[in-house]
Design a binder for this molecule. Structure first.
Ligand SMILES: C[S@@+](CC[C@H](N)C(=O)[O-])C[C@H]1O[C@@H](n2cnc3c(N)ncnc32)[C@H](O)[C@@H]1O
Length: 315
């Protein structure tokens, strides 16, 4: 799809470039803030799965930029992602995997004895196109984000995370209701109606009595058959219906909008530092895939990845 065509078909992609956001997803957090006042007066926040940094930009714009130099000293925002991202004023970056407990420890150290008022997570695993599987993986990532929140959120704090609405999501909703007094499902207008994506907005964090922060994914993995049966829908399961809140605005993410004939598409505000396909590019550097494909044997001799040490097959 050409840039102009994408600008026509995706109004939020176009607006993001015009307004200086690195990613169209910035609007999703802005719209959540507009609806729930999530960022009002905050000084300590965690942005999980933050790259390329659209949500961190929003946090910086709302929490850091409007403050005086003196007041900025008390602002602490940490952005965590496995990918690197270009710097943002007032935001500290941590390159780490949110499924690891060590990441929770590093975030705790960052706050220096204090706790965060907000944890947000827009994390998304690589999508396969198999909806149930994607939803399962998404739910798993959300549980990691929730686990980190249980370590670091102060009483009364808020959490927002991405979910894919699917058969197994009730299990996740139940987990969220254990920790927050107010949990609802939010659909920003920047998120296409045709997409199963939505966000849980959870307020009033309240640690259940006797709960010791831990990796909540383990509970999920302890009962894999149950989780999988839930996905296939073959067993009776608890269905949780959350209050649903939709954001409305003048633009519809599913519609195409005409652009002026003289319109010149703008460049992205910030290109990703590392492309998602970087690893594949690196691996294919030493192999010619033009006319032949190769079977690479993973023994010591072949580990140099030279085609000569691999068996060559006609494509
Ligand atoms: C949709 S993007 C986030 C966009 C971001 N909110 C923004 O506004 O720019 C999803 C991110 O999740 C990250 N991610 C996925 N799994 C992760 C994990 N286990 N730990 C850390 N980051 C992860 C990916 O690297 C990717 O950058």
């Amino acid at each position: 799809m050409g840039k102009a065509s994408k600008d026509r078909r995706d109004i939020f992609y176009r607006l993001a470039k015009e307004q200086g956001w690195r990613a169209r997803s910035a609007f999703k957090l802005l719209q959540a803030d507009e609806t729930f006042n999530l960022l009002e007066g905050l000084t300590r926040a965690v942005d999980l799965c933050a790259a390329p940094g659209g949500w961190s930009q929003v946090l910086s714009k709302r929490m850091y930029e409007p403050r005086s130099e003196k007041d900025r000293e008390q602002v602490k925002i940490i952005a965590v992602d496995m990918q690197g991202m270009a710097p943002i004023d007032g935001v500290t970056q941590l390159r780490a995997d949110i499924t690891k407990e060590s990441t929770a420890e590093e975030i705790i150290n960052f706050f220096d004895g204090k706790k965060a008022e907000l944890v947000v997570s827009d994390g998304a695993p690589d999508v396969t196109g198999l909806h149930d599987w994607d939803a399962y993986m998404q739910a798993d990532l959300l549980l990691s984000a929730l686990s980190i929140a249980t370590y670091i959120l102060e009483e009364g704090g808020s959490f927002m995370g991405k979910v894919y609405r699917a058969a197994n999501t009730s299990n996740v909703y139940l987990q969220l209701q254990r920790f927050f007094k107010d949990v609802c499902l939010f659909k920003p207008s920047a998120s296409r109606s045709s997409s199963i994506e939505a966000f849980v907005v959870c307020r009033q964090f309240c640690m259940p009595e006797g709960h010791v922060p831990c990796n909540l994914r383990m509970e999920w993995f302890d009962k894999p058959e149950e989780a999988l049966k839930d996905i296939s829908g073959k067993t009776e399961r608890t269905v949780v219906h959350l209050p649903f809140v939709a954001h409305e605005c003048e633009y519809d993410a599913d519609l195409s909008y005409e652009i002026d004939a003289n319109y010149i598409p703008q460049e992205a505000v910030q290109k990703p530092l590392t492309a998602a396909y970087q690893e594949v590019l690196e691996k294919t550097k030493t192999m010619s895939l033009k006319y032949n494909s190769y079977v690479v044997y993973h023994d010591e001799e072949a580990s140099s990845s030279e085609p000569s040490t691999s068996k060559k097959c006609n494509a």
